[in-house]
Write a protein that binds this ligand. Sequence first.
Ligand code: PLP
Length: 446
Amino acid sequence: LTLRPRATPPDHPATRLDNYWLPFTPNRDFKREPRLFSRASGMYYFDPQGRPVIDGASGLFATAAGHARTEIADAVHRQLSELDFTPSFYRSHPLAFEAASRIAGLLPTGLDRVFFVNSGSEAVDSAMKIALAYHRARGEGRRTLFVSRERAYHGVNFGGVALSGLVNNRRAFANAGPDAVHMRHTWLAQNAFSRGQPEHGADLADDLLRLIELHGAETIAAVFVEPIAGSTGVLVPPKGYLERLRAICDRHGLLLVFDEVICGFGRTGKAFAAQSFGVRPDIITMAKAITNGAQPMGAVAVDRRIHDAVIDAAPDDAIEFFHGYTWSAHPAACAACIASLDIYERENLFARGEALAPIFETRLHALRDLPVVADIRNYGLLAGIDLKPADKPGQRGYAVQKALFDAGLHLKTTGDAAILAPALVAQPAHLDEIFDVLRRVLARQS
Ligand code: PLP
């Protein structure tokens, strides 16, 4: 490891800690004791003093090929020097088409019309609008209700908040958004410490039938699920569950949307979880690893028949879908996306991640003996560890997350769950280091 220490911020005399309002962070506590990264390389972050912190979460599920890949940096630099920006309405540029085609090549057959956005949240809200536009184009404009799931995370824009099943993310905002109703989540006590897909709970999908009976299929536009519910702590779908959801959606004309913002790009061993689980949704949302985290970008992959219904419903010279962003298919993001997909392909990273998953699983479940561990779940290179709560919910997770940083490991916590998602380039020795730090820190919790 080459350590290249940098001055501790604030570097510029005008820099103050209080101007920056951090997202999803206890700002006052953070500013008392900022935990900053100032550099990254491969599997490691470095703090401003040059201390390495191994990355057990691919940043935030984004850097699948490891940090600071020069191929991506070079591609972005080249693109910005050549074409820095083009309007995305009425104009485009060649890399937008190349990026869409390359992504289409990874998707299930026929799910190959790609709408670009700049984040996972925008992907979700765009997918909701596409679902509404599709039904309207077919004369079924009454279908405006969305179904999602308890404990779901679909980003923070108003559509995604309506779909959210995480109470804190909804409480202050949810009544202002579109209408959504929620199925049961898929955590069952009898599945505790399952490895891979749990045995019990396929019938939880029948909860969708209850909502159909209550609201009427003719009012429902789409069902949104994360194939693996990630942010809530990694809930792997029980065997048969997604298949059953698919069958119910087909029977009642509901679109099935997989939110693969975390699962996409090899996290589950295949390009998309749709392929790992063998269930084909109608729409897939993605972001994060689409550029290996190097540029903000997201996308919605849409089944051709949905795309064609929306396009064909409009006159030939009219805008078909009144939606899009200034930075949709930004040239730098497209360049980062293509360079990332090149790396994934050249280094065979999805297969490498799949091959590493059994080693990851074994090391992960070895933590089971720790008194603070309440449950462990995993699939591919994604895992959640439930910690027994301290006095208040979330207190343990927050303390552990700070202690892990101080001990040299970065991972994500949500409430009292610790979430692991190492980069697909990780070597077994990196996993050893991650789990050694984790064991040491968790063993100190009582
Ligand atoms: N959907 C899912 C499943 C996610 O996990 C996330 C972020 O973690 C989002 C949407 C939102 O993505 P973003 O933070 O890029 O808006």
